[in-house]
Design a protein around this ligand. Structure first.
Ligand SMILES: O=P(O)(O)OC[C@H]1O[C@](O)(COP(=O)(O)O)[C@@H](O)[C@@H]1O
Ligand SMILES: [Mn+2]
Length: 643
C-alpha cells in the first residue's frame, strides 16, 4: 500500500488506540441491519402528495406506531398520533384548541413527549447512537439523550427525570421539542431516498419539491425526461426552453416560470397578443382549485400558441443538422399544404384543425420572425440568470445521473433501448456506434458537457439534451416519436400514437431483465430494475411487478392529470433489511383531511422480495466503503505499529 497515503492517514489516526477504536467502530456499524431505502418517481410538481409520502415514510411511521401501541390504543388514537408526527406544527395547534385548560395541556405535553421518545427509541434501534444524535433537534440533544438512555433500575433518578419534563413544559419549550422529535422520527424511518425521475412539469410546485430535496438528509436522483428538459433550457437549448414554457402554459403553471423563477414573460406575451387569438386546442388544462379569469385564460391560450409554434420551428434545424437523430419524419411544418390546411404524415393526408400559423413563412417554415428570435434570446438570458433556477439545476446535476447502480439494483427513469429481439439497440452519434450501458454513459457525458457550457446553444451536446427528451434511442423517452404537433392539430387519434421501444413489452420477460442487469455488471439473481416513466394502469389489471420480480415499475401517477388512467395515486417502494415492498397509494386529498379526520392515504403493501437473512450494512454500497476503510486502517496498523 502507498506509504504516502498511509502517512496521511496516520495524521488523522495518530495513536494506536485511535486506529483500533475506529476499526472496532466501523466493524460494528457494518454489522448493523441495512438502512431503509425509499423510492419515489414521477412526482410531476405534486408537492403536497409527495410531502405526505415523505412524512409518513410510505406508511412506515404508522407501522412503527402500531407496533408499539396497537395493544393499548384505538385506531383513532393511532391516527391522531400519526398526524402529529407528520404535521406537528399544525396538529399541536389543533390540540391546543381542543383542550380546555392549561393543566390538561401540560398533561398532554408530558404524555406526548414520552410517547415520542418511545417511538424514536424504537425507530432508531438499528442505528448507532452517533447517527441518532445527528438526527435529533440540535438544541435538545443533551436533554433528549438523558431521557432516551435512562439507566436507573433503582429509581434513584426518577425525580431528576421528572424535573426535566417539568422544566421543559414550564419553560415553554414543549412545542418546539415535540416538533423536533416528530421530524427526527420522519428522518429515522427512511435512511436514503431515491427519486427515479420527473420532478418537473404538469403539477404546480416542482420548486417546492426541489427545496425539500435540497434539505433532505440523504438523496439521489435519476433524471426523468422532464427534468432533462429543464436542465436543457438552463444549459442553453432554446428548443428545450420553448418546451418547458409550452408545458407550463398547457397546465396553467406559468407562475412557476414568472413568479417562482422570476423569468419575465412580458416580451412573449406581447408577441402572443399580436399574432394569436383564442383557440380551443390551446386552452390551458386548469388546476381544480385555481381561480383564473376568462381574460387570463385567453392570455395563456395565446402564449401557449406562440411558444408552441416557436418550438416546432426550432426543431427543424436540429433535425437537419443531426441526421443520425433519425427524426426526418418530424419535419412536420414542411409537410403542410398551407393553402389547403392539410398535412401529409406517413403517406396519408390529414386535415388540420385549430391552426395558428400566422408567423409561418410557407417557403421557409423553420424561420423565426425577428421578434420571435428576440423573445427567445431574452427568455434565455432571464433563465440563465435566475438565481433560484441555478440553485435547483445545480442540485439536479450534483445529485442526479441518467442511471444508478445502488445496492445491487439498477435505477432508471425510462428504459434501456432494445431491438425486437431484445438486443441492446444501437445508436450512431457522429462516426461512432453506441448501445446499452455505453450509450447511456455517452448521453450523460453530453448532458454534463452542455451544462458546463451554457453559452453554447447549437453544438452537439446541447442538441443531444433535446434528443434525450424526445429521441427514440433515449433511455428517458424511448418512443419512436413524440406526437405533440398531431395532438394539437389533427383530429384523427391514429396520428397521436407514440410507438414504444420494444423494451416496454420485453421488460416483462425475466431473461431480458437478467441480460440488462448483466450489461450493468449487476448480479441477475439478486438485482432488480427499478423504473418510473410509464404509468401503470392498475385500473386495467396491470401489475407493477414484472419479470418474476426482477422488474418494478413505480410510476402509478402522483400526477393528478394521470390518476384517472392509473386508478391510484402512485406507487413507492421500500427496501429495508427484510426485503423489498411495493406500496400503492390512494388519492391524497389534503393535509387538512389527515389532520382533522385522521384519514391517512391508505397504503397497500405488496412484497416484492424477501431477504432470506436480514441484510446488513456490510452488504450495501455504503458497507463496501466501510470495508475499504477498515482494510486501510488495518494496513496502517501494520505499517506504523507492526501489529
Ligand atoms: O399529457 P400531455 O400533456 O399531452 O403530454 C403527453 C406527452 O407527454 C409524454 O408522455 C412525455 O411525458 P411523460 O414522461 O410524463 O410520459 C409524451 O410521450 C407525450 O407526447
Ligand atoms: Mn417520464
Amino acid at each position: 500500500m502507498d506509504a504516502q497515503f498511509l502517512d496521511l492517514l496516520a495524521q488523522k489516526y495518530d495513536t494506536e488506540e485511535k486506529v483500533i477504536t475506529e476499526i472496532i467502530n466501523l466493524e460494528a456499524i457494518s454489522n448493523l441491519p441495512k438502512g431503509t431505502e425509499h423510492f419515489v418517481s414521477d412526482l410531476h410538481g405534486e408537492f403536497q402528495a409527495f410531502q405526505h409520502v415523505l412524512r409518513n415514510g410510505s406508511g412506515t411511521v404508522k407501522e412503527k406506531i402500531k407496533d408499539l401501541f396497537r395493544e393499548v390504543w384505538t385506531d383513532h388514537e393511532i391516527n391522531d398520533f400519526a398526524a402529529l408526527v407528520y404535521y406537528p406544527e399544525e396538529k399541536i395547534q389543533l390540540v391546543k384548541g381542543d383542550l380546555c385548560n392549561k393543566q390538561a395541556l401540560n398533561r398532554w405535553y408530558r404524555q406526548t413527549i414520552e410517547q415520542m421518545l418511545k417511538l424514536i427509541s424504537y425507530a432508531s434501534s438499528k442505528y448507532t447512537r452517533s447517527k441518532l444524535r445527528k438526527a435529533l433537534p440540535e438544541q435538545f440533544v443533551y436533554i433528549v439523550e438523558e431521557l432516551l438512555y435512562k439507566t436507573d433500575a433503582t429509581n434513584n433518578k426518577d425525580p431528576y427525570y421528572e424535573e426535566i419534563y417539568r422544566q421543559i413544559i414550564s419553560l415553554g419549550l414543549a412545542d418546539k421539542l415535540i416538533i423536533g422529535l416528530a421530524y427526527t422520527t420522519q428522518r429515522l424511518v427512511v435512511d436514503h431516498l431515491h427519486v427515479v425521475g420527473d420532478i418537473y412539469d404538469r403539477g404546480p410546485d416542482p420548486d417546492k419539491i426541489m427545496d425539500t430535496l435540497i434539505n433532505y438528509h440523504s438523496v439521489d436522483i435519476q433524471w426523468g425526461n422532464h427534468d432533462v428538459l429543464w436542465i436543457g433550457a438552463y444549459a442553453g437549448s432554446l428548443v428545450c426552453l420553448a418546451n418547458i414554457i409550452r408545458i407550463c402554459a398547457r397546465y396553467d403553471n406559468l407562475d412557476i416560470i414568472e413568479d417562482v423563477y422570476g423569468i419575465n414573460l412580458r416580451p412573449l406575451l406581447n408577441l402572443a397578443e399580436k399574432y394569436y387569438d383564442d383557440n380551443p386546442a390551446f386552452r390551458p388544462k386548469l388546476q381544480a382549485d385555481h381561480n383564473v379569469s376568462e381574460q387570463e385564460i385567453l392570455q395563456i391560450t395565446k402564449i401557449h400558441q406562440a411558444i408552441a409554434m416557436i418550438q416546432f420551428k426550432l426543431e427543424i434545424p436540429i433535425i437537419k443538422r443531426r441526421p443520425y437523430f433519425n427524426m426526418s419524419e418530424r419535419l412536420l411544418l414542411e409537410q403542410i399544404d398551407y393553402d389547403k390546411n392539410e398535412i401529409r404524415i406517413g403517406g396519408k393526408t390529414y386535415p388540420l384543425e385549430n391552426t395558428c400559423f400566422a408567423t409561418i413563412n410557407p417557403q421557409q417554415p423553420e424561420q423565426l420572425l425577428e421578434e420571435e428570435q428576440e423573445v427567445m434570446e431574452k427568455l434565455l438570458f432571464s433563465v440563465q440568470h435566475s438565481e433560484k433556477l441555478a440553485r435547483h439545476m445545480n442540485f439536479l446535476m450534483k445529485k442526479g445521473s441518467l442511471y444508478l447502480k445502488y445496492n445491487g439494483n439498477l435505477l432508471i427513469h425510462g428504459c434501456i433501448p432494445l431491438d425486437e429481439e431484445g438486443n441492446m439497440e444501437e445508436m450512431q452519434i457522429e462516426d461512432k456506434t453506441y448501445s446499452g450501458r455505453q450509450l447511456l454513459d455517452v448521453l450523460e457525458y453530453y448532458l454534463r458537457y452542455a451544462f458546463a457550457h451554457p453559452e453554447e446553444t447549437d453544438d452537439l451536446a446541447t442538441d443531444m439534451v433535446w434528443y434525450i427528451w424526445t429521441g427514440e434511442c433515449s433511455s428517458l423517452f424511448g418512443k419512436r416519436e413524440m406526437t405533440t404537433f398531431e395532438r394539437y392539430f389533427i383530429q384523427d387519434k391514429e396520428t397521436h400514437k407514440e410507438r414504444k421501444n420494444p423494451y416496454y413489452h420485453l421488460r416483462a420477460n425475466e431473461e431480458i431483465c437478467r441480460k440488462i442487469l448483466l450489461e450493468f455488471d449487476l448480479n441477475p439473481d439478486h438485482g432488480h430494475i427499478i423504473n418510473g416513466h410509464t404509468p401503470v394502469r392498475e385500473i386495467r389489471g396491470e401489475n407493477p411487478v414484472k419479470a418474476n420480480g426482477r422488474m418494478v415499475v413505480i410510476d402509478g401517477g402522483f400526477s393528478k392529470a394521470y390518476q384517472s388512467t392509473t386508478g391510484i395515486a402512485g406507487y413507492t417502494l421500500l427496501y429495508n433489511s427484510f426485503g423489498m415492498q411495493l406500496v400503492a397509494h390512494q388519492k391524497f386529498n389534503s393535509k387538512e383531511d389527515v389532520l382533522c379526520n385522521g384519514t391517512d392515504v391508505l397504503s397497500i403493501k405488496r412484497l416484492v422480495d424477501k431477504e432470506l437473512e436480514r441484510k446488513l450494512v456490510r452488504e450495501t454500497n455504503v458497507g463496501e466503503k466501510l470495508l475499504q476503510q477498515i482494510s486501510n486502517l488495518k494496513n496502517l496498523l501494520e505499517y506504523r505499529y507492526m501489529i
